[in-house]
Design a binder for this molecule. Structure first.
Ligand code: HEM
Length: 383
């Protein structure tokens, strides 16, 4: 591994310096950059994510389905939504996703600089999302704009801007839902959402569907774009894997992708609400306090990953926390994994990737993880 990789991987998040030296106790600063108690060790991250009684997910005053729910209500909603990510559903989706990826790759011009995050990851995320949810191409341009605005609002931390972007998203979603409500012909995932009923027969409301779509879209669009940036940056730093990855089978390639995302996890943290006085990282925390699980640091905990930068897909798979753990672990994991695998296969079948001579890769600013910009050049593979 090059020095550049070590240096860049260490700059993962504002608080990752926590893991650069000393004992676990000394390595555990009390708060994240927003002043909230942060859990950084692998052991505590797993413990907090697994204890949904002491650490509630009701962290927002807005409706968040399913991620802001606890207990039975959460289990029921997860159960209702699970079929959308079933192996059968994803098997049906795969050939359509492959076409989507192939179309995007065809339009990328070789030898011309482009940003892996914005001109590849974001675009692919929107096309893949539309393919999955059955949205027409006309709204894709607006969604691409929305992703950019959402990134910018998250970076700015300005509450009014965040609200504005959320309202914009709600408007797009409500239009899509209203169109599906007007037809009895089952035609896509979004239509099926509008027909969902709880086990007691109550229909899932439009507000709940907007929230589900917000969580799916938030999970998919931003994370997928950031994951693409992390993966391509790593492949540029480790070109030997550009030759090796295409011949891996699906299971091995999925593990390879997960492992690179563990080394440089762009999904920085999740929040929890403490329901009773407790102790975290050796410090007392009162009930009612918001704490964060710092996934990026937990995925680089040297007590668990001897050298966090060492690429060991099979050896580290079981302890990988990129998609979280416990009852709130990412339900979209099989979809995200499929989307990333399909993109990389399409890209690496035709191109090798190198750093663009103009401009340097630039880290995303907390609370985002991964890279803000990764300038790349695609080079046609020689036959
Ligand atoms: C692209 C890479 C992705 C990463 C790295 C990622 C990561 C995560 C993580 C770490 C969690 C756990 C949050 C917690 O414990 O509070 C989570 C939850 C969640 N993810 Fe993802 N995710 C990704 C893609 C997706 C996709 C594609 C979807 C859906 C289309 C999705 C939907 C969700 C939802 C709904 C939750 C909340 C689950 C719950 O609270 O029960 N994610 N994700």
């Amino acid at each position: 591994m090059s020095d550049t990789t070590r240096r860049s991987a260490r700059r993962i998040c504002a608080c990752d310096a926590a893991y650069s030296q000393g004992s676990t106790q000394a390595r555990a600063p009390a708060t994240d950059p927003a002043g909230r108690p942060a859990v950084r060790s692998h052991t505590e991250a797993v413990a907090v994510a697994s204890d949904t009684t002491l650490f509630s997910s009701r962290v927002s005053r807005f409706l968040q389905v399913p991620n802001g729910l606890d207990g039975e209500e959460h289990r029921m909603m997860r159960g209702l939504l699970a079929p959308f990510f079933s192996p059968a559903a994803l098997k049906e989706l795969q050939p359509r996703l492959e076409k989507t990826a192939a179309r995007l790759i065809e339009t990328r011009r070789p030898e011309r600089a482009l940003c892996a995050v914005h001109e590849l990851g974001s675009l692919y995320a929107v096309h893949a999302q539309s393919t999955w949810l059955g949205w027409c191409p006309e709204i894709e341009d607006e969604l691409v704009e929305w992703v950019e605005a959402n990134h910018e609002a998250t970076r700015s931390g300005a509450l009014e801007r965040t609200r504005e972007v959320a309202r914009w998203f709600d408007r797009i979603m409500r239009d899509l839902i209203a169109q599906r409500r007007q037809t009895d012909v089952a035609h896509d995932v979004t239509w099926r959402l509008t027909r969902l009923r709880r086990p007691n027969g109550t229909p899932v409301s439009d507000d709940e569907i907007v929230s589900i779509l917000r969580n799916w879209t938030g999970g998919d669009l931003s994370s997928l774009a950031l994951c693409t940036g992390v993966l391509l940056h790593w492949l540029i730093e480790h070109p030997e894997h550009q030759a090796a990855w295409p011949s891996l089978d699906d299971t091995a390639l999925d593990r390879a992708i997960d492992e690179v995302l563990r080394i440089d996890d762009p999904f920085t943290f999740s929040r929890r609400l403490v329901t009773a006085p407790t102790t975290l990282a050796g410090r007392p925390v009162a009930a009612g306090v918001h704490v964060v699980i710092d996934w990026t640091s937990a995925n680089r905990d040297p007590d668990v990953f001897d050298d966090p930068d060492v690429y060991n897909p099979a050896g580290n798979a079981e302890r990988n926390l990129v998609y979280g753990t416990g009852p709130h672990a990412c339900p979209g994991r099989p979809l995200a994994t499929l989307e990333l695998r399909v993109l990389l296969r399409a890209l690496l079948a035709r191109f090798t990737v190198s750093a663009a001579p103009c401009g340097r890769a630039q880290r995303a600013e907390w609370p985002l993880g991964g890279w803000e910009r990764v300038p790349i050049v695609l080079n046609e593979r020689r036959p």
